[in-house]
Design a protein around this ligand. Structure first.
Ligand code: PMV
Length: 336
């Protein structure tokens, strides 16, 4: 028996950084993200008569090749075990996964792949008999999101869109009309160097920063600002809020003991370029950065021409992945 599921990635506007409980990934602060439907991960589960579960890459020309590290595999298979226990599934599985986007593109695939794995196990439980089927029947999307969070915190937001708010056990969709619900997304790959500090490590280290003490308060305040700017369709205000927020997270990194960081000279050049766009055009993209050197840009639906123009300019110096030209992703969307 085989089941397949897919889930999108998401990019946080108000960031989840720091855990109040490492087990179960409880965040110290609320967050808001925008779901990226053009950037999906896929998982296939096959019931096998083997003595344990194992992972392998999902083959298919629509996917990008990728290899999971030993640590990554162990984390993925642990999550699978937790889900099997939850749904009372006693079968062993080959879990195959792949992404619709390149792994070096600055998009953490953990959110989309853990969400897809959670969804796939749920589908398997639904098709099974007995307790598993009963458990699956009762599971809501919010419950699946909470289960997924245990494997990767940010993956819980991939169950909802176009925007998702995660605050403790509350994980819910937010929507603001076509202009804001259908944003154009671009990630500027300003560096391809390897990440020296993982996001799991960052969640731990930020607690040593003196600025961490008021972090929760600041995010609660900024989350309100963010939702207000979205409701008022106040794009410049949204830009300012998101700009302040990613700098806040990156300054936590730089003020940790020992300090660390992800900004590179090229990231700063891209940020300065975007600031200049806002000054000269009177508008521009909302900007954010995750735990990495790459710069994410979000354009209002009506700013498609501006997005195309900036993409061309940025492509002179950088690799850019955008919702316009992610061919493999588009193939997937057509297929659905
Ligand atoms: O879900 P994790 O443990 O990979 O943490 C993600 C943290 C950030 O990507 C930096 C911010 C966020 O809210 O997605």
């Amino acid at each position: 028996m085989k089941v397949k599921a897919s889930a999108p990635s998401n990019i946080a506007l108000i960031k989840y950084m720091g855990k109040s409980n490492v087990l179960g990934n409880l965040a110290t602060n609320p967050s808001i993200s925008y779901t990226l439907p053009h950037l999906c991960s896929h998982v296939e589960l096959e019931v096998v008569s083997e003595s344990s579960d194992r992972w392998e890459a999902l083959p298919g020309e629509q996917y990008y090749n990728f290899e999971m590290s030993e640590k990554g595999r162990a984390k993925f298979l642990n999550h699978l075990q937790m889900l099997k226990d939850y749904f009372s599934l006693s079968v062993n599985l080959v879990v195959r996964s792949a992404n619709q986007f390149p792994s070096d593109c600055g998009i953490a695939s953990s959110a989309s792949s853990f969400a897809a794995l959670t969804q796939a196990v749920y589908e398997l439980a639904r098709m099974s008999q007995g307790d598993a089927r009963l458990k699956a029947k009762k599971a809501s999307t919010a419950e699946l999101a909470r289960l997924s969070r245990k494997g990767s915190g940010s993956s819980c937001r991939s169950f909802f869109g176009p925007f998702c708010e995660w605050d403790g056990d509350k994980i819910e969709a937010l929507s603001y009309g076509v202009e804001l619900d259908q944003l154009h997304h671009m990630v500027v790959l300003s560096s391809s160097s390897r990440k020296l500090v993982s996001s799991s490590e960052a969640h731990v280290r930020v607690k040593s920063s003196l600025s961490f003490e008021n972090r929760e308060q600041r995010t609660v305040e900024r989350l309100k600002e963010c939702k207000k700017a979205l409701s008022d369709k106040n794009w410049p205000e949204l830009f300012e809020t998101c700009w302040a927020e990613f700098w806040d997270m990156h300054s936590l990194f730089e003020t940790s003991r020992p300090s660390f960081g992800y900004m590179e000279p090229s990231s700063l050049k891209v940020l300065a370029f975007i600031k200049e766009v806002w000054r000269t055009e009177g508008t521009g993209p909302v900007v954010t950065m995750d735990a990495g050197p790459n710069v994410h840009l979000l354009f209002k639906n009506s700013d498609g021409n501006l997005a195309q123009k900036l993409k061309k300019q940025l492509e002179v110096d950088y690799k850019v992945l955008s919702s316009f030209d992610s061919l493999k992703s588009q193939k997937f969307i057509e297929k659905r």
